[in-house]
Design a protein around this ligand. Sequence first.
Ligand SMILES: [Fe+2]
Length: 372
Amino acid sequence: MQSRNSIIEEPEAPWGKDVRLLVVDDEEFIRSIVRERMELEGVSVDEAQNGLQALAMLRDGDYSVLLTDIRMPEMDGVALLREASRLFPGTARIVMTANADLETAVAALKNGAYDYILKPFSFDILFVTIRNAIRKQALERQLQDYQVNLETRVKEQTDLINSLYVRSIQSLIKALEAKDLYTRGHSQRVTLYSMAIATEMGLSPAHIEDLRRASILHDLGKIGVTETILNKPGKLTREEFYEVEKHPEVGTQILSPIPYFQKILPAILHHHERFDGRGYPGRIAGAEIPLESRIMAVADTFDAMTSTRAYRPALPEEVATAEILRCSGTQFDPEIVSVFLFAKDKIEENGDPSWYEWQDGKFPDGEFRPVN
Ligand SMILES: [Fe+2]
């Protein structure tokens, strides 16, 4: 096989300061001539007789370059390269081989060698090979740094975009609150109750976060309902009720172009389904209804009953609780009702629930606090 060494041009003084070389060979003669010559070039050199010894030394030292033979007892050069590239990727790896065969070279390169040189070699060749390996390793590191920076930049940009989404939705919710006097605080309290139920149920933090977003935004679609209907003191006509019933779909349509909200769309769409399948818009029943929607249904109804509405004053908490219990299994998931009955006594409302004052595009924490 033609050595690649023949195409390398003029050797040059190769490296900056602080280069540490570990030379690994079972032949003492090879190790000492490399050491002596490289030390003359200002390189700090250590020696190992085989792969195992080299690995132990790599663990203890910060080597810039590993120069290793292939055939050695204990652990050969290929196994050493494989381990070194996995455990010490910051060390440039070069193979010295007396076997000018393609198979050895390929095995070395496949296992993490940056380059190889044929024994016997001139020192000029060795210098150039080491210099190139150091450069290649530095480039690899720069590339890795760039990728890490790129990921950070992408994450920053994504957060910024999400923050802009949240702020635009925030404006819509403020507009809804201005239209519907009874919505103000409702979504916040529904969120409070939903969070308490979810926490009691032991849902994962990610799941709870999705539920939080869905709860805050569940009535967003009411922006599409006229003020006269939203604030009507008397009973709604069938047509008016039909208008109101569209709000889960309208809310979903408003949020659907925004990737940030994709995951919570089903929860919002189905928050008026009933456990017995007689709700809207899908008329789906039981476990077909997303868990978040089943949780929100209980929280939503409880808050609607215990707060003043255009068409009636607030009901006492005991009356509302009895009504929730009465509708367990028909309107509501009975398992969630029993969790709610247990969880609601643990809820404390903390001061002014200005939940829409989101910071940095994030929904605020601490909106509810279990008593114990
Ligand atoms: Fe609703």
